[in-house]
Design a protein around this ligand. Structure first.
Ligand code: ASP
Ligand code: MG
Length: 449
């Protein structure tokens, strides 16, 4: 039987320090099938780099670089400072320092270049750690040569065809005799300029690599042991899920479960690649398998909570018995690349929920400019501080008698919007931020056995 190909991704907490890196190295070493290893930046580094990008003062920027420097040099030192590694890491840090010391306008393009240093540093170090631990031939690969994207800096879209081509030219030949260590999160556009896939994007990168090498399994090693029926910090009776479908996992990650980047399952679905989520701290504990078809298909498998939601109500009397209003509204949102999550409409109004701003967490995506454009043809009301509760499972839109018990158990709660029917995998609604945890606890107790 030919070898299996597994792509293993290790997140920031799995790269936190030398001890964590060694743990990950032994997970890889013990399994010859783990051929492509995708790593995040060491924990906290992307946050520091993000801070650096918003900092005006060159002095403070250089101070942030020295924090990053200290952290990475400490890992190298503990590892015994092998000369080649130290030279590479020092060169990267000097390059970063040079960029941070320059007085220049912080464009989105430059921001992505700066953010890329986190993964470039961690992957260099991890590749040496793995080399020593496994005794195997380990090749370091610059992910930017394979993960080709558009130039939407900050949240670039991958170009699947180009990635496939680059993978067969550059990555696949390396896999014949070696394992490859590469970076999550980063890519490059057609001109070769660095791009990023958005915060938490390393999972997505790993899935793109898995698709490109036609992997049998994609493993996501993180700091939780599995995907849970709900956040255990909210409901202590939450329990790990053994097996979940791609569709359910996609809904869960979109609706707030922090375990996976929402786009991760998209390549996995395209190529039917099984995904395993497990803990790099406790690799012996059973994790969660995400597969196309699950043995069990409960109506409600899990409950997720997505905080900091904004409800936008757009009201227009012109809409009465007219057409084109929705098209106009979504044209404006589309032009501004605003992603709408839920929508409900009535004859004269539309209510929709929005993503919070990726660069400004907690702030609604709706900037002044968009608001002004919408106000040209409608009245706009914005309600903040809401949370989205999603029940995720199977055939939710075809199960009779479901909404009665659900909403019956929430009689004291003001529900702002309900979406039910469009998807068979979820039923979701908006409540005030302060009610949200209680709602999750009540529903979990009642519906998840
Ligand atoms: N390092 C990036 C971040 O912190 C990407 C990732 O870890 O997935 O967002
Ligand atoms: Mg992550």
């Amino acid at each position: 039987m030919p070898d299996l190909i597994k792509v293993a991704k290790f997140g920031g907490t799995s790269m936190a320090d030398l001890t964590a890196m060694k743990r990950c190295a032994s997970i890889v070493s013990s399994d010859p099938d783990k051929k492509v290893i995708v790593v995040s930046a060491t924990s906290g580094t992307t946050n520091l780099l993000t801070e650096l990008c918003t900092e005006e003062s060159v002095e403070t920027r250089v101070e942030i670089v020295s924090q990053i420097k200290e952290k990475h040099l400490a890992i190298c030192k503990q590892f015994g400072n092998p000369k080649t590694l130290l030279d590479e890491v020092t060169a990267l840090l000097s390059e970063l320092e040079a960029i941070a010391s320059r007085k220049q306008i912080m464009t989105k393009m430059l921001r992505d270049e700066i953010l890329s240093f986190g993964e470039r540093l961690s992957s260099r170090i991890f590749s040496e750690v793995l080399k020593v631990d496994s005794g195997d031939d380990i090749q370091w690969l610059d992910a930017r040569t394979v993960i080709k994207t558009d130039n939407h800096y900050g949240s670039a879209e991958p170009d699947i065809d180009e990635i496939g081509k680059a993978s067969s030219e550059i990555l696949q030949p390396l896999l014949k005799d070696a394992r490859v260590v590469t970076q999550g999160f980063i890519g490059s556009d057609s001109k070769g300029t660095t791009t990023t896939l958005g915060r938490g994007g390393s999972d997505y990168s790993a899935a793109l690599f898995a698709e490109a090498v036609d992997a049998d399994v994609l493993e996501i090693w993180t700091d939780v042991t599995a995907i849970y029926t709900t956040d255990p910090r909210i409901a202590p009776d939450a329990r790990p899920i053994t097996e979940i479908s791609f569709d359910e996992a996609a809904e869960l990650s979109v609706f707030g479960a922090k375990v996976l980047h929402p786009a991760t399952v998209v390549p996995a679905i395209r190529k039917n690649i099984r995904v395993y989520v497990g803990s790099s701290i406790h690799p012996e504990k059973p994790g969660t398998w995400i597969v196309r078809d699950t043995k069990e298909k409960p109506v409600i498998r899990a409950i997720s909570l997505r905080r900091r939601q904004t409800l936008v109500k757009v009201h227009s009397l012109d809409m009465l018995h007219r057409y084109g209003f929705l098209a106009k509204l979504f044209q404006v949102l589309g032009d501004h690349k605003i992603s709408v999550d839920l929508v409900t409409t009535s004859e004269v109004s539309v209510a929709l929920t929005l993503d919070s701003d990726i660069n400004n967490p907690g702030q609604p995506m709706l900037g002044e400019e968009v608001l002004e454009e919408l106000q040209k043809f409608s009245e706009v009301e914005i309600i903040k501080d809401l949370s989205l509760v999603a029940l995720v499972g199977n055939n939710l839109n075809q199960t009779a008698g479901l909404s009665g018990p659900i909403f019956g158990s929430l009689l004291d709660v003001n529900i702002h919007l309900i979406c039910h029917g469009a998807s068979s995998y979820n039923l979701c609604f908006l409540v005030a931020e302060e009610d949200a945890e209680n709602v999750v606890q009540v529903l979990h107790k009642q519906f998840i056995k």
